[in-house]
Design a protein around this ligand. Structure first.
Ligand code: TPP
Ligand code: MG
Length: 1015
């Protein structure tokens, strides 16, 4: 039967233009295949077919205006008509007309009203309880309760005990008592000693290996600093974390190989020496490389911190800017699940581990995304926070306890928290502590005291920790001071760490955080153990080095120690065999960066074809042009699955809501509700296989997703094409550090600064109007940035970007600004592609008037002001001009810089010309350049020009007004350009100065107005 395909509910829009017809009569179509594309001035969406069949006829043509219900095509189908969407909306409409309140709603209201009356009548009995004030008012009763609990644990296990406790708490809450504080648990290990899974490793060998790694890591820093005291480095951090890394390396972290994708480890940035020291024992780095730690210029040295840019075969994740490792790893874990749920990656149970400092947790980026991790049930994510109680200057929480604080925060956010506070030597003391006094003492000490205990000795601990209560002093009375000193912290106990890791990897449906208590500068003795200056200790004297050697039994002679020699046992030694065997079992080496991703085939040319044509009288913004191109790319079978549109709650602003329905919003649990706009074409469709990453209001999170997707070619051997579209002001300015890390990570992808430009975004004012993102973008070496004006420029840039990043696999990324100003777009001029990509091309020549000429360079929407200015100059003043579209002052500068450098280094050779010079050298007249960004943007080409050059831009804070007013205020409107052009020509004595004076009057330009940076 014949069925009509009609335009569904398209929200508030009416009379929307058909811009594409995607089928023709005779075509077989499947359900959801796009039939036509509609475009309003706000967005561009495809109308999908509600049924399968064969197109019988098309009822519209391009340019027609349609509204909800307009028939666009007839389809021959076997099934019954599926005019479901419209039918349903009609039904709801009829219900609405009958009564304002639905009958069900009325019933609910009635029921609610009746209970309110009843509950008011209920008399509350007020009970008076004795005030406990933290003391036990009835120890016998307490004991009975505790005995009962003990019995339940013994008989039915801890899960049952937990259930009963929860029941009691819920009951107490219902009865009106304060809810007991469950944010934190006592200051003891989460895993009781008897439940620990013991490490299967050979502890003697592992200890020896760990000691060697410790030594070599410290020696590397000391050696570098002896060579050149400028070099810096850290010993204390890795010294505190060595066991945490070693247990992972020996037993847990699986490397990438041809059978498995590999776990991903975010190493704490300044613990890098430890990773190098292990790689040295594994035979991956040489002693010479270790000797060149922090020396990367002209020698085969090692980066100070993890930098994939500088050590692209070793480091995977740049982490040393505190906080970035945390947020990046969370979004990495989420992106891994995204790829799995979209069916692009096999679920191999890979884990993402992030090593973080306790001081680092104060960074907003460290904690800012933890709720996403639990909400998305990221059980592939494990945080290990090295709680050595110190940061750079002093204690992290001298007056409190960082472990307890973090426990509360992470538990509150829904994480599985495992505290590893005490080492095995404490187990027997805790077992003997029947009254709970030891735990009480553990709870009451603050971190400042815990730090002091380890900065002193056993006698001090006996006196100041145990000594507070006679019973506790008695508890350790048979122990020597040395024994007391040996009471170790959990993070230094390989068994405790093993047990925690083992639980963490098994946890389902929750991310895990391991809070490991350690000692900063562990083993450094007086030179740096647990003292406030530990962090920056990079020079160890001979005495300190000898102490360190003895402390860890390093088989080096005094002389070797004084020479700060590295130590690596023979290849056939137990240690080397063990370390290699462990890594072999775990699939290979870590860290290691590689990529076996296949390139993505470049899209066919016709995807961009439409954009190369003139838009006729049809006005559109470059944002809309971008949306159209993305929509077309989503029809390319090679590109489509790899596109990752990322949006931080701004899709509607950019007209991208059409993607919601077309490719779905990623939601790991699908959609559990019927969206309020389910009747509409662009309804809010969440699904497990959804492609859009709708991040909500988090530019940092969105940027982290972009990096995860942009580095997927190395971390998952799968190239993806992230396109993160943001309010341009909230891009570089807001998350520059993450973008920098994205560059360091060698991410590939597109960053789109939308609603860009200081005067193009009207109305929003000072905090929104971006006039400098391009300048910020220019500081990132592998970022290629463009400020295009016309749709065809954007198309050329996008096409080239895809080719360079995914066909040629260059490790670059693109920053492109798009605007929301609507105007018509001309067709691409012949042979302008190269110029568009290089940064400028001749857009138009005004040549028919006289002899006087001026060069006008415009970028973004200000190019249009330039074109208008050129028309005025031509018509009213007989002045000719060449109008250049500058797509990238940043690219022009790069080329200028490079050319200038080459010329200076080859003084005897004929100087080469920069591209901008070549464009302008045979053109006459002064040069005027303007953009919607601060003058610095256009100024970048000044050194490479031999003619008088004037640049204009939007320096100063933005403000609210319409575009015309704003451009007048910032002096980048056509009137100012005409005036300044006349003035520049007068300065060259090409025209009389009265022209400019007249223009100033004519355009009512206030000469006495301050420059906008002052207003
Ligand atoms: C954003 C940022 N700010 C400052 C620093 C300098 N810095 C490096 S490590 C450090 C202290 C880190 O303390 P913590 O996180 O506790 O690590 P620990 O060395 O104690 O393991 C500081 C301030 C940095 N790397 N990044
Ligand atoms: Mg610390």
């Amino acid at each position: 039967m014949l069925t009509e395909i009609a335009v569904p509910d398209i929200g508030d829009f009416k009379d929307v233009e058909i811009i594409e017809i995607l089928v023709k009569p005779g075509d077989s179509i499947k359900k959801n295949d796009p039939i036509v594309t509609l475009e309003s001035d706000k967005s561009s969406v495809e109308v999908p077919s509600p049924l399968e069949g064969k197109i019988s006829s098309i009822k519209v043509k391009i340019g027609d205006k349609v509204s909800q219900g307009s028939v666009v095509a007839l389809v021959e189908s076997n099934k019954k008509t599926e005019k479901k969407i419209i039918d349903k909306s009609e039904k709801i409409e009829s219900i609405k007309q009958k009564s304002d309140v639905l009958p069900e709603t009325e019933n609910i209201i009635k029921q609610a009203e009746s209970t309110v009356v009843k509950s008011e009548k209920k008399e509350k009995t007020k009970k008076v309880y004795p005030q406990a004030n933290g003391t036990d008012i009835d120890p016998v009763e307490t004991k009975e309760w505790l005995d009962s609990l003990d019995a339940v644990i013994t008989k039915d296990g801890s899960d049952r005990a937990h259930y009963l406790l929860k029941k009691l708490i819920d009951e107490a809450y219902k009865e009106g008592s304060n809810r007991p504080l469950t944010r934190t648990t006592p200051y003891i290990n989460t895993i009781p000693a008897e439940s620990e899974k013991k490490s299967p490793g050979d502890q003697n060998i592992e200890r020896r290996i760990r000691s060697l790694i410790r030594w070599n890591a410290a020696a590397m820093v000391v050696k570098a600093n002896k060579k050149n005291p400028e070099l810096g480095g850290h010993i204390g951090t890795f010294a505190s974390a060595a066991t945490l890394y070693d247990v992972g390396m020996n037993h847990f972290w699986r490397a990438k190989n041809n059978k498995f994708g590999g776990d991903l480890i975010y190493f704490q940035g300044h613990s890098a020496p430890g990773m190098y020291a292990r790689a040295f024992l594994e035979g991956r780095l040489t002693a010479k490389q270790l000797s060149n730690f922090r020396q990367e210029v002209g020698v085969d040295g090692l980066s100070s911190y993890p930098h994939p840019w500088l050590m692209p075969k070793f480091w995977q994740f740049p982490t040393v800017s505190m906080g970035l490792g945390a947020i990046l790893s969370i979004y990495q874990a989420r992106f891994t699940k995204y790829l799995i749920n979209r069916g692009l990656l096999k679920d191999e149970g890979r884990k993402i581990w992030a090593f973080l400092g306790d001081g680092e947790m104060d960074e907003p980026e460290s904690l800012g995304a933890i709720s996403l991790a639990s909400r998305e049930k990221l059980d592939n994510l494990i945080f290990v926070i090295n709680c050595n109680l110190q940061r750079l200057d002093g204690p992290v929480r001298g007056n409190g306890k960082i472990i307890q604080e973090l426990e509360g925060i992470f538990r509150g956010a829904g994480w599985n928290v495992i505290k590893v506070i005490w080492g095995s030597y404490w187990d027997s003391l805790l077992a003997k502590d029947k009254t709970g006094l030891l735990i009480k003492r553990m709870n009451e000490c603050v971190d400042g005291e815990y730090q002091a205990f380890k900065a002193n000795d056993g006698a001090y601990v006996r006196e100041n920790f145990f000594g507070k209560y006679p019973e506790l002093k008695e508890l350790v009375s048979t122990m020597t001071d040395r024994d007391v000193w040996k009471l170790n912290r959990g993070g230094h106990d390989p068994h405790k760490v093993y047990a925690a890791y083992n639980e963490a990897i098994k946890k389902k449906n929750q991310p895990t955080v391991i809070l490991a208590k350690t000692i900063k500068g562990y083993g450094m003795g007086k030179s740096g153990e647990s003292i406030n200056t530990t962090h920056q200790q990079k020079k160890l004297g001979e005495e300190d080095l000898l102490y360190y050697r003895d402390r860890f039994d390093i088989p080096l002679t005094d002389k070797q120690v004084k020479n700060i020699e590295f130590y690596k046992p023979d290849e056939n030694s137990e240690e080397i065999k063990y370390i290699k065997e462990r890594r072999m079992r775990l699939g290979g080496n870590l860290p290691e960066r590689s990529s076996f991703a296949k390139p993505i085939k470049k899209p066919s040319n016709d995807i961009f074809e439409n954009m190369m044509k003139a838009s006729g009288s049809r006005e559109m913004s470059t944002t809309m042009a971008l949306v159209r191109m993305l929509t077309s790319l989503l029809r390319d079978k090679n590109i489509s699955p790899r596109l990752v549109p990322i949006i931080p709650d701004e899709a509607r602003t950019f007209g991208m809501e059409g993607f919601f329905q077309k490719i779905g919003i990623y939601a790991h649990e699908g959609q559990k509700y019927e969206p309020v706009d389910s009747e509409q074409l662009s309804f809010y469709k969440e699904e497990k296989k959804g492609q859009v990453l709708e991040e909500g209001l988090t530019e940092s999170g969105a940027m982290s997703s972009w990096i995860a997707a942009g580095t997927s070619y190395t971390n998952h051997d799968l190239e993806m094409i992230p396109i993160y579209t943001f309010y341009s002001m909230f891009g570089f300015q807001r998350v520059m550090d993450l973008i920098w890390a994205g560059g360091d990570s060698q991410s590939r992808g597109f960053l789109i600064g939308a609603t860009a430009g200081r005067t193009t975004l009207a109305g929003e004012g000072l905090q929104h109007q971006d006039g400098h993102s391009h300048v910020l973008a220019s500081t990132i070496p592998n970022c290629i940035s463009y400020d295009p004006t016309f749709a065809y420029e954007l198309a050329v840039i996008l096409k080239e970007g895809l080719t360079r990043m995914h066909d040629k696999q260059e490790n670059i990324f693109y920053y492109i600004t798009v605007m929301n100003e609507n105007y018509t777009h001309p067709a691409i001029a012949k042979d302008s592609e190269k110029g568009i990509l290089k940064g400028m091309y001749l857009f138009k020549e005004f040549n028919n008037r006289g002899k006087i000429k001026i060069q006008l360079l415009g970028s973004g929407t200000i190019l249009r002001e330039m074109i208008s200015a050129a028309e005025i100059l031509s018509k009213e003043y007989n002045i000719d001009s060449d109008v250049w579209s500058v797509t990238s002052f940043n690219e022009l500068r790069k080329d200028g810089m490079e050319t200038e450098r080459k010329n200076l280094l080859n003084p005897g050779e004929k100087p080469k010309k920069s591209y901008v010079e070549k464009c302008l050298e045979n053109r006459s007249g002064p040069i005027i350049a303007a953009s919607d960004y601060i003058r610095t943007f256009a100024d970048q080409i000044r050194p490479y020009l031999s003619k008088p050059f004037y640049s204009f831009g939007t320096d100063g804070y933005g403000r609210s007004d319409g575009r015309k007013q704003l451009r007048k205020f910032f002096e980048v409107d056509k009137e100012h350009i005409v005036t300044y052009a006349l003035s520049a020509l007068a300065k060259e004595q090409l025209v009389p100065s009265k022209y400019a004076e007249q223009a100033i009057k004519k355009y009512k330009i206030d000469k006495n107005k301050s420059i906008p940076t002052e207003l």
